[in-house]
Design a protein around this ligand. Structure first.
Ligand SMILES: Nc1ncnc2c1ncn2[C@@H]1O[C@H](COP(=O)(O)OP(=O)(O)OP(=O)(O)O)[C@@H](O)[C@H]1O
Ligand SMILES: [Zn+2]
Length: 578
């Protein structure tokens, strides 16, 4: 039972009552979430709902201290609730095992809370919560950590920056030519292996690979002659997912590490300044020399199994075993048997590590242990329990400021790895919360001027790449004038007939005002369309098919429009000085 008298002495009776009675929602009960729930309960919060869709994994136990070994496999939110209740059995904690995107957690649900805490690990979910908090005018305390770095801030509608006011850095991508033809670092082999996994067992996911082979932090590849050779090599060695699935393990192995490598070797121009790759055949990998190791499979000899670097034979063995397991999972998965990459799924990670290592051997790149491969494949910066604890502590500090109606005192805090400010070491730096960005279409601007080719772009692209992809909408509906052009979500399937039509065929033409609403996020804005015939390259590319020209606040746009009209009304007027 919690000692409320100590809390009352520290916080004051009135504030404590407010803390106890305010309904708060926390999204995510992982690294930050576990610390936060413990803190909330210890600080006297007694009306808490928490949401997480995940189950506890062994890998969570080193830092998510509400979970124990016996809890592995159980829903995180439920176990977090049970453990937190032991701190204060009086608290009323409701745990939901579900995704924050579920329709039941819509605006009505958000409106029932006085405060929301984000303890999430991904941008789409953070954006979604940001929008729901803005549309319901609920203060949001947002947090994030990456290794020793962390940040906590407070988001209040119209008073502060929202989560989407500043663009977020997009994950690093690699040129497709490097990945598919001339890898030179372990990460290139890992990205390729994940790509192959997606191709064989899942929906191909080109996220980490730039399909035009140009945009990357690593610079473009070689000259034109080289690029042509690379593209030829890629085209020659391309097989469909179905063709790859029809192969057994030895066939797939030979296709990937003999046939594909042989066609790359034939492109002399690629190897003028690079070491040419070497072919590895299934027979050679499993037959000669290392046979014993191969039969035994990857061994634990000399250290932790996951930290051992496999021999070629061990990698071949791991490849065959994980391939068999994945084939079985694929077959058992029913009608839509797509598997998605999960760094915590043993067979998945094994398959990717084996593929990456075999490819690394072909290209004389240092192989990686399963542990290192997991860090690269999962894009993982090791989570630090202490950073999470600091972030969760700061979140409660900010919450208390809001509840004692001292929102002006709220701060954005940065947790840093190295001290700043010269000799005065500061591992924590706090500053005022930034005001809203007037250009932000989520919290400020209601008019977005969009350049797009209206005669050569189908509505499906507008819905998928622009609305869902760029603007992160979940269930967009589109109206032009008073006509409903498209609706999504349950019961609106008949609208799918519209998707193949070109934009101009559904009244999305030059200068059209297109109203887009997402009822799930209670988010609404208008696109002002600017037809641009130059924006319609190849069908596969999404970049370069649209451009955001400007974003405007409703009031400012009205003023601009009025000024424009006034100007047109008096064309001879001398320009005034401003
Ligand atoms: N859409 C969502 N709805 C509900 N919970 C979510 C959603 N997206 C992410 N989460 C949860 O947010 C939590 C984030 O915690 P954390 O960053 O510690 O991740 P983790 O999955 O526990 O750890 P790791 O990714 O390092 O294995 C996770 O428990 C995750 O399940
Ligand atoms: Zn904003």
């Amino acid at each position: 039972m919690l000692d409320y008298s100590a809390l009352a002495a520290t916080l004051g009776e009135e504030l404590l009552q407010k803390i106890r009675s305010t309904r708060v929602l926390m999204v995510g009960t992982g690294g930050i979430g576990c610390e936060l729930l413990k803190n909330l309960v210890a600080a006297g919060f007694a009306n808490i709902e928490c949401i997480d869709f995940d189950a506890i994994d062994v890998s969570n136990l080193n830092r998510q201290f509400l979970f124990r070994k016996a809890h592995v496999g159980r829903p995180k939110s439920e176990v977090a609730r049970e453990s937190a209740l032991r701190f204060n059995p009086d608290a009323n904690i409701v745990a939901h095992c579900g995704s924050i995107f579920d329709a039941q957690f819509g605006t009505a649900y958000f409106s029932s809370f006085g405060l929301v805490f984000n303890a999430l690990d991904n941008l789409p979910a953070r954006r979604h919560v940001n929008r729901l908090c803005l549309s319901t005018n609920t203060p949001l305390i947002e947090s994030g950590t990456a290794g020793y770095l962390g940040q906590v801030t407070v988001i209040r509608k119209d008073a502060t920056e929202c989560f989407e006011c500043q663009p977020k850095p997009t994950p690093k991508t690699y040129p497709v030519c490097t990945i598919r033809t001339t890898p030179s670092a372990p990460i290139h082999c890992i990205v390729w292996a994940k790509y192959m996994f997606a191709k064989v067992f899942g929906a191909v996911d080109d996220d980490d690979v730039d399909d035009d082979g140009s945009g990357s932090d690593e610079g473009g590849e070689g000259g034109d002659e080289e690029k042509v050779a690379m593209l030829q090599a890629m085209a020659q060695t391309r097989k469909s997912g179905a063709q790859l699935r029809a192969m057994d393990a030895p066939q797939l192995f030979d296709y990937l590490f003999s046939e594909q490598i042989a066609s790359l070797l034939a492109m002399d121009v690629l190897w003028k300044t690079r070491t040419p790759p070497q072919i590895i055949s299934w027979a050679e990998a499993t037959g000669a020399g290392d046979k014993e190791a191969c039969e035994a499979g990857p061994s634990a000899a000399g250290g932790l199994r996951s930290q051992k670097v496999w021999s070629v034979a061990e990698a071949a063995q791991a490849f065959a075993a994980s391939h068999a397991a994945l084939v079985a999972q694929y077959a058992a998965a029913g009608e839509r048997p797509l598997l998605s990459f999960d760094k915590d799924a043993a067979d998945c990670m094994r398959f990717v590590t084996a593929l990456a290592n075999l490819r690394a051997r072909c290209f004389s790149i240092a192989p990686s242990s399963e542990f290192d491969a997991k860090a690269m494949a999962g894009n993982i910066i090791p989570a630090i329990a202490t950073t999470n604890a600091i972030a969760a502590g700061l979140m409660v500090v900010e919450a208390v400021k809001l509840l004692r109606e001292a929102a002006d005192e709220c701060r954005t805090s940065f947790i840093m790895q190295y001290p700043t400010r010269g000799r005065k070491a500061r591992y924590l730096n706090a500053g005022p919360v930034a005001p809203p960005n007037p250009q932000c279409f989520v919290c400020q601007a209601q008019f977005v001027t969009l350049a797009i080719n209206t005669v050569a772009t189908p509505l499906s692209f507008f819905v998928d790449a622009v609305l869902r992809g760029h603007f992160a909408l979940q269930e967009p509906s589109i109206e032009v004038g008073s006509a409903v052009v498209y609706e999504s979500g349950e019961g609106a399937e008949d609208m799918d007939d519209q998707l193949p039509k070109m934009l101009d065929a559904v009244r999305i033409t030059d200068s059209a005002h297109v109203s887009v609403t997402d009822y799930l996020q209670d988010c609404e804005f208008t696109f002002v369309i600017a037809h641009d015939p130059g924006l319609a390259p190849g069908a596969d590319e999404s970049d370069g098919r649209f451009r955001i020209l400007r974003a405007d606040h409703a009031k400012r746009k009205r003023e601009d429009d009025q000024a424009g009209e006034a100007k047109r009304a008096k064309p001879n007027e001398e320009p005034t000085q401003s």
